[in-house]
Design a protein around this ligand. Sequence first.
Ligand code: GLN
Length: 191
Amino acid sequence: MTRKTVGVLALQGDVREHVLTLRQLDVDVIEVKTTAQLAEVDALVIPGGESTTISKLSEIFGMYEPVKKAIANGLPVLGTCAGLIMLGEIADPASGQKSFGGLDVTVIRNAFGNQNDSFEADLDVAGVPGLVHAAFIRAPIVDRVGNGVEVIAKLKDGRVVGVKQGKVIGISFHPEVTGETRIHQLLIDLI
Ligand code: GLN
């Protein structure tokens, strides 16, 4: 099998952490800022950061429609935190904020409060044996889960923090900051 290329959408956010995580796996990794780079990837990570900024910059750099179209056409995608927000329907969008779509879910931004309310938790994630140590940083929750969407992670209180639909995975937390590589491997397995 030829080696696969995974891209990290590099408009804003913790691009570097995702690149370092992916480099530990058996794939080539590129940062994606242009449509030419997007065309090279077999899967894409949309990082955590600030979804309002990712939304705005994707339009400014002419990447909004191409990324939206690539996801609609079946490109495997993993969105973490702001990346999850960019894949769902946003319950509380900032003015002009648009998501790429891909997941039939509604997401509430900053559902746990501000930066000071960040926390870590050990989670069961479907498809990953054992526990996943997850960091939640100004994290969203998934408020509505559409038909055909699989819930892959929940908090102890039942709130949904991980979903998968087809080849699209969205999680509220940041595996890339806790040394966790197995969620990125799930993405690679979708290629
Ligand atoms: N609260 C941020 C947003 O709305 C997401 C935070 C994160 O990605 N860690 O985009």
